[in-house]
Design a protein around this ligand. Structure first.
Ligand code: ZN
Length: 79
């Protein structure tokens, strides 16, 4: 079964590389950042989306004054 989301070819905004997919499933994880800009911005009514592969995510977050907030997720494995 394929759905639209899974078969969408995503390109990393950082390096322009198409993310690896096989049979409609992503073979690498990536950051999918979405922002709806509001009234107190210069982009009111605009929806922005930035896709970053893991390497670009690390490169760009390295430029920030503070690192991302990180929470460890306890993953439950379905056996
Ligand atoms: Zn990239």
């Amino acid at each position: 079964m394929r759905n639209k989301e899974m078969s969408e070819a995503l390109v990393c905004n950082g390096c322009g590389r198409t993310l690896l997919q096989k049979n409609g499933i992503y073979r690498e994880d990536f950051a999918d950042l979405r922002k709806k800009w509001g009234y107190f911005s210069r982009k009111d009514t605009q929806n922005h989306r930035i896709v970053l592969c893991e390497n670009c995510y690390d490169r760009l977050t390295g430029l920030l004054a503070l690192p991302p907030q990180i929470e460890e997720e306890t993953e439950l494995l379905a056996l």
